[in-house]
Ligand binder design. Structure first.
Ligand code: ADP
Length: 283
């Protein structure tokens, strides 16, 4: 179902962001029912996460990227509000520290990939190294150009080792960003969210869109697909992402459950043997 709510980028597709409407809303989702729908999906995410955690077969990595104000923080707050905090880790990637910068660009990412049983959320990610780094010429072109391939290899390695990968690009329009930035200036209680650098980065809008188009085109693979999320409407963005997460995890549900049933049977057998051998008394 989630395939109709947002756009999964097929491997090899040449993405042109202008073709995707950031204000899109699928008619099956209604604004006035959004809170209840999201709560329902949140409960299902929690249930599925419990199975993921117990089965210890897979980890799940959710990458969130988007222009400033596109809603990366809001997505995390709303989509995971019903989840057991033990099952989730969130990492926000900032300007690399001197130690991080002294290593290859994937070093800091590799250090925090989610282990089996855990949902890891990346608020910004390895993609900053082909986005902000490219837009501001922080490394020579031949260096960032080869990173697409390096990212694909890295993500393939994770996927081959049991990581389910979902990458969401939160697609907002330039006008929507202007409104969100202006709201931070106008509303005193939102002023703490102002980051003057957001206003500077906005000047590079077209360069960023182009850098995003290349990242989405070159790094959407079957094992680590990119999804373009219409994100002008915050309520819709949350629902589309939550539904995609649920649909993806549901595919593994039977496998996780049958593993757990098998494990339960084995434990019961082992207990019976201990009882039969007289090693445990009572209970
Ligand atoms: P956020 O905007 O994510 O809420 P910040 O205001 O601290 O948080 O912004 C983090 C900044 O770090 C962003 O401007 C982002 O482009 C930058 N950044 C992240 N990764 C890198 C990187 N690898 N190289 C340079 N800058 C980076």
């Amino acid at each position: 179902m989630s395939d109709d709510l947002l756009w999964k980028v097929p491997e090899g597709e040449h993405v042109k962001l202008k073709k995707y409407d950031p204000g899109y809303v699928h008619p099956s989702f209604k604004h006035d029912e959004a809170d209840e729908a999201l709560a329902q999906l949140g409960r299902e995410i929690d249930e599925l996460q419990e199975l993921l955690s117990a089965a210890q077969h897979h980890s799940l990595l959710m990458v969130l990227q988007g222009m400033d104000t596109s809603g990366k923080d809001g997505t995390i707050r709303h989509v995971f509000s019903n989840m057991n905090p033990q099952g989730c880790s969130v990492t926000s990637f900032k300007v690399p520290t001197p130690e991080e910068a002294a290593h290859d660009f994937l070093w800091r990412i590799n250090n925090v990939t989610p282990p089996k049983g855990v949902i890891g959320v990346f608020n910004r990610s390895q993609y900053e190294d082909v986005l902000v780094v490219r837009v501001h010429n922080l490394v020579p072109e031949d260096v960032w150009q080869r990173r697409y391939k390096e990212i694909n290899h890295f993500e393939k390695r994770l996927a081959d080792n049991g990581t389910i990968i979902l990458k969401f690009f939160l697609h907002i329009s330039q006008d929507e960003q202007a409104e969100r930035l202006q709201a931070r200036v106008d509303e005193k209680d939102k002023a703490w969210k102002i980051s003057s650098s957001d206003f500077v980065e906005r000047q590079y809008w077209d360069d960023y869109q182009q850098a995003y188009e290349d990242a989405l085109s070159q790094c959407s693979t079957n094992e680590a697909p990119w999804y373009i999320v219409p994100a002008n409407h915050k309520w819709y963005r949350n629902l589309a992402i939550a539904q995609t997460l649920v649909d993806t995890m549901r595919k593994y549900k039977d496998e996780w459950k049958s593993d757990l049933e098998e494990r339960g049977r084995k434990e019961l057998e082992a207990l019976q043997q201990l009882r039969d051998s007289g090693k445990i008394k009572g209970l």
